[in-house]
Design a protein around this ligand. Structure first.
Ligand SMILES: C[S@@+](CC[C@H](N)C(=O)[O-])C[C@H]1O[C@@H](n2cnc3c(N)ncnc32)[C@H](O)[C@@H]1O
Length: 255
């Protein structure tokens, strides 16, 4: 099947690791299911995967061009309805067996996954599932070339510490978007630390975990005040951000 897509959604479609991870996770639902919501459906690719095993799929997309592509792509599927709307304006009357919401980005800082799930979670049946199910965030102390916050594509950096698992977020729980944590790193080499690297690992369902891919949660490099470290030094960094409010909300402080 050939999909119409905006250039951004086309890049998402070309990311095979991302698409096949969601395909596998959705395929676990093969069988006779009632209703699924696909929130932020983009080109409609995940609704296409859902269409085999759900009687009804409601796909919501805020971007009018993407919603138009999704409607065209899925118009032969009588069980899929595409709605061009902000999910936050939707009043979900029916409870779903499954909510799929791929508004993911590193540590959920830049996209609206948290706000959307906090709004839509009440529309999940008892025993219903959310894909993805959870995320786990990791941080490392680094020396990085650039002195501003950026994703790690084509970026040069050297890792100077252990990897710290600093938070886990379960999508079935109400999520507080205000994040603040003191993270303790143990240096494992001598160097000049001037940043931290954040990596998000996504738990799609009980059987599947997905690391970063080119279009799915690429690691984020965040500056900190420079500090010289040597092996076994303990460095504490306070990390703050507001999930869903953008990378401008990120701040760090060496404690
Ligand atoms: C990362 S893309 C995923 C697209 C598609 N689900 C896929 O997997 O290819 C996230 C999509 O969510 C949409 N989106 C973001 N915030 C939204 C909101 N509040 N309501 C509806 N759609 C939203 C974006 O326009 C974008 O198309």
């Amino acid at each position: 099947m050939k999909f119409k897509a905006t250039s951004y959604h086309f890049d998402l479609l070309k990311d095979n690791d991302r698409v096949s991870a969601f395909f596998e996770a959705i395929n676990d639902y093969s069988g006779n299911n009632d209703l699924a919501y696909d929130l932020g459906c983009g080109s409609g690719v995940l609704s296409y995967f859902l269409s085999e095993s759900f009687h009804k799929i409601i796909a919501v997309e805020i971007d009018s061009k993407a919603a138009e592509c999704a409607s065209d792509n899925l118009n032969e599927f009588e069980n899929v309805t595409v709605i061009n709307s902000d999910v936050l304006d939707c009043n979900f009357r029916q409870k779903a067996d499954l909510i799929v919401c791929e508004m993911m980005d590193t540590a959920l800082i830049d996209e609206e996954e948290v706000q959307v799930l906090n709004h839509a979670r009440k529309a999940l049946k008892n025993g219903g599932e959310i894909i993805p199910k959870a995320i786990v965030n990791f941080a490392e102390l680094v020396n990085m070339e650039r002195d501003y916050i950026h994703w790690d594509e084509n970026a040069k950096y050297e890792i100077l510490s252990n990897t710290v698992n600093y938070s886990k977020i379960d999508f079935k729980d109400e999520i507080n978007p205000d994040f603040e944590k003191d993270i303790e790193f143990k240096a494992n080499k001598t160097g000049n630390a001037n940043g931290i690297k954040i990596t998000t690992v996504t738990i799609l369902n009980d059987n599947m975990v997905c690391g970063p891919t080119p279009m799915f949660n690429p690691p984020l490099l965040i500056p900190i005040d420079e500090i010289d470290v040597k092996c076994n030094d303990l460095i504490n960094v306070k990390l703050k951000y507001i999930m869903g409010q953008g990378i401008e909300t990120v701040s760090t402080q060496i404690m």
